[in-house]
Design a binder for this molecule. Structure first.
Ligand SMILES: Cc1ncc(COP(=O)(O)O)c(C=O)c1O
Length: 443
């Protein structure tokens, strides 16, 4: 569709944006993306920018990939929409089968949503309903983690741990939070999984269980690698210990793999990378490489079977979205997963993890850098906050990188890198070269 290069800006209330600042910029066209292909955007002012963030950790197959574009186009003309509420269409079943085929053994069932936020709230509701089904209706408390990001719906907000996201909305749901896993005294500049403190950090769950009693706790939800909270890789043994403690106390463990799913760490899911199997996995983003909104929850077989066998003649779960398993999203998911397989993109991520690690740790000794961290094709460099202006340095680095034709993301005082899985070693070197230049130029 031909979009105007200089649209009127007022009507669109932009999400997660300082609208006043954005709309009053002199150079708005330089920030409007009008085309994208592979690793690159083209802006309304004609600049080419490399997308080193898979945009919002989601364009894992790269932009406008022909197979995916073709599948969406064809599907729009074949079957635009059909409900999955007591009807169905074959593609949703086929997409679920394909996703389940990539999942860890034992998580063979998919509940579709349209976003990561909906996937998280769906997983939390499944956990609550599951305990009730099992006669454990007192298990209603949900445990998240500081610096966790689980989307913006009420459940995800409550278990999330990014203060700015929470403070305007109060706290409507019974939750508690584990501490985050960042410890610069123990694990500064860790390459890959930090070595120290993992099991002890997870043992904090025992304190929370002692406080609330296990009989009141439904689920623990964590991102295997925290993304939007600043790319925090858990120390060795952390996730294993969480799994043990959840099992011990009858608490469901949910991995929010909205970012880590679909190859980010070189395995289909982080669960396989860490060899820790949760009870529920949320996914979104990479499932369609962001081409059509889709999310979902992978559900453990025994949980699914308990619902199917335990609900009498009624609908098993009174939950679903009009667009759960939408035909366009299903077609996009199938074509995306085929692209990942055909082009061996998870293998590419695995193969380039060392190059990524060398690139990001090559920035360790630059001015103001206080931490560098990485796993697979995700990482961050953290800068010392500028006196009285937290976040300002990272934002300046982000802006300098953009002007140099590289898109990275500022998160507080960290700058994140998370490229599409089609990235090459040369492009990674370009990204870290530009990032280094930008850090050097930022006082
Ligand atoms: C781990 C995690 N969970 C949930 C979400 C929310 O996904 P969405 O923005 O699609 O609702 C995100 C988004 O970044 C995420 O990173």
């Amino acid at each position: 569709m031909n979009a105007p290069a200089s649209p009127a800006l007022d009507a669109f209330w932009m999400p997660y944006t300082n609208n006043r600042a954005f709309k009053s910029r002199a150079d708005v066209p330089a920030r409007l993306i009008t085309r994208a292909e592979g690793m690159y955007y083209t802006t309304a002012s004609g600049a080419k920018v490399m997308d080193a963030m898979a945009t919002l950790w989601c364009v894992n197959a790269g932009h406008c990939r022909p197979r995916i574009v073709g599948a969406i186009r064809d599907q729009a003309g074949e079957l635009d929409f059909a409900s999955n509420f007591s009807l169905g269409h074959p593609l949703a079943f086929a997409a679920a089968q394909k996703i389940a085929g990539l999942a860890p053994t034992g998580l063979g069932h998919v509940f579709f949503t349209n976003s990561g936020s909906e996937a998280v709230d769906t997983a939390l509701k499944i956990a609550l309903a599951y305990h009730r089904l099992k006669g454990d209706a007192g298990r209603t408390r949900l445990i998240g983690r500081e610096k966790g990001y689980h989307g913006v719906n009420l459940g995800g907000l409550a278990v999330g741990g990014v203060p700015a996201n929470r403070k305007a909305y109060g706290n409507l749901i019974a939750v508690d939070h584990l501490h985050h896993t960042q410890n610069l005294q123990l694990n500064r500049h860790a390459k890959g999984e930090p070595e120290l403190g993992g099991a002890a950090m997870a043992d904090e769950l025992e304190r929370i269980v002692a406080l609330h009693d296990a009989s009141n706790i439904a689920a623990v939800i964590v991102e295997p690698v925290a993304g939007a909270g600043g790319v925090l890789v858990p120390p060795k043994g952390y996730l294993q210990r969480l799994r043990e403690l959840c099992t011990k106390h009858g608490i469901l463990l949910i991995f929010d793999e909205v970012i880590t799913g679909f190859g980010r760490l070189g395995a289909p899911f982080a669960s396989q990378f860490f060899d820790v199997t949760p009870d529920l996995i949320t996914f979104a983003k990479g499932v369609t490489s962001a081409t059509v909104p889709m999310g979902g929850v992978l559900v453990a077989d025994h949980i699914y079977q308990d619902f199917i066998n335990g609900s009498g003649a009624a609908i098993e779960i009174f939950h679903g979205y009009t667009y759960s398993g939408h035909p366009l999203a299903s077609a996009a998911a199938i074509a995306t997963l085929e692209t990942y397989a055909e082009e061996k993109l998870f293998e590419n991520a695995h193969g380039l993890a060392g190059e990524f690690e060398r690139g990001i740790h090559g920035l360790e000794s630059l001015p103001n850098v206080i931490d560098t961290r990485n796993l697979g094709l995700i990482g961050a460099v953290e800068l010392a906050p500028r006196e009285g202006a937290p976040g300002a340095r990272a934002l300046e680095v982000h802006n300098r990188c953009w002007d140099a034709g590289i898109y990275v993301r500022a998160i507080g005082d960290s700058v994140a890198v998370c490229p599409p899985l089609i990235v090459s070693g040369g492009q990674l070197r370009e990204v870290f070269g530009a990032l280094g230049e930008a850090i050097r130029a930022t006082a």
